[in-house]
Design a protein around this ligand. Structure first.
Ligand code: NAP
Length: 325
């Protein structure tokens, strides 16, 4: 299990810590009515309402209701196929966790476990079979898969209509153009959190720190599709602090503990910390950042729980689309 995935798990038990700083009264972009007198009675704190954990719970409950309704109406139970190459203990745990969440939400899961020595060709054939199987509505290919596997070739063997983890080129294209399709789960969860906080990205300056294929790149494209002015930063970005300081919305997706500090932020910025590092530590130094941010997500309990919730929601949406209901 990656650190981030552990967080999905732990986040469910974490108390709400998403908050706006009361002391400074900064206004967050998109939450223009926010003004935060000390003491926590401001509209800002009321507007926050939920954090990632409770929002994720609500999304899963809605997905479960919709799954039950679909099953009643069509006789078809949504089914997510998970494919895990080899027996990496962390990945085994994470896939098991997904199955448990599926079961609780009334989603069947089917597990396919090719041996660690499986070739790219064999894995591609397995994924094509699942893509052609009408009893499977969503496919999740757990990664990393081992260095001998061509991961891109494997991902591309997933039919786009079953790509509920949003890993194919087709999904990247639809998400970039704001068209119907499936989004990468963590980036999709981040956008839901922004919506929940009423932090409209339109016209805002968004800085995404990190540009990985599963996280940084897609979240930047989702922000762009919502009319933010987006800047990507990465390990070769010069003077990161000065770039981050211009942002109304900061997404930290780096994997470097507490890289972004309070002094790097524009007062009132919305700060989404997607990082998850050993010791439950995010990519943002929460204690200093909360003094300047308008809104900030905690670690754990912010972005983490949203990922699996998005996966379940998209699995139910996939069956609805495939059945045309
Ligand atoms: P990744 O593939 O290692 O990508 C890290 C990115 O950060 C790269 O683009 C890298 O740039 C950039 N970077 C590294 N050092 C930097 C620095 N000093 N300054 C600026 N940019 C720097 O990681 P990932 O998979 O995207 O994950 C990032 C973090 O998010 C991790 O903590 C991970 O655990 C977490 N995560 C959380 C979830 C969740 O559900 N909450 C899901 C996925 C990941 P270069 O390409 O130039 O090296």
């Amino acid at each position: 299990m990656t650190g981030a995935e552990v967080e999905h798990h732990r986040g469910a038990a974490t108390q709400s810590r998403c908050r706006a700083p009361g002391r400074t009264g900064h206004t967050s972009p998109g939450v223009d009515h926010v003004s935060g007198p000390a003491g926590g009675t401001s509209q800002a704190l009321k507007a926050l309402g939920e954090d990632g954990t409770s929002l994720a719970r609500r999304i899963v409950e809605d997905a479960a209701k919709r799954a039950a309704d679909l099953t009643d109406r069509t006789g078809t139970t949504p089914c997510l196929a998970t494919v895990l190459v080899g027996e990496d203990p962390a990945s085994v745990t994470y896939v098991r966790m997904k199955h448990n969440r599926c079961r609780k939400a009334g989603i069947e899961s089917r597990h396919v476990e090719p041996p660690a020595a499986t070739t790219t060709g064999e894995l591609v054939a397995t994924l094509r079979d699942l893509s052609d199987d009408p009893g499977v509505h969503g496919i999740l290919l757990q990664h990393p898969m081992g260095e001998h596997i061509d991961e891109r070739a494997a991902f591309e063997a997933i039919a786009p209509e079953k790509d509920v983890d949003g890993v194919t080129f087709a999904s990247f294209a639809t998400m970039s153009y704001g068209l119907p399709g499936f989004v990468s789960c963590t980036p999709g969860g981040i956008m839901r959190l922004l919506d929940e906080y009423d932090a409209d990205p339109s016209g805002k300056r968004a800085v995404v720190v990190g540009h990985s294929a599963i996280l940084g790149k897609p979240v930047g494209m989702l922000l762009l599709a919502r009319d933010a002015t987006v800047t990507y930063c990465h390990s070769r970005t010069r003077d990161l602090s000065s770039v981050v300081r211009e942002a109304d919305i900061v997404v930290a997706a780096v994997g470097r503990p507490q890289l972004i500090r309070g002094e790097d932020l524009k007062p009132g910025a919305v700060v989404i910390d997607a990082g998850y590092n050993p010791g439950n530590v995010g990519d943002v130094d929460f204690d200093s950042a909360v003094e300047r941010a308008g809104l900030i997500t905690p670690v754990p309990g912010g972005v983490g729980p949203m990922t699996i919730a998005t996966l379940l929601e998209q699995t139910v949406e996939a069956v609805a689309r495939q059945l045309g209901v």
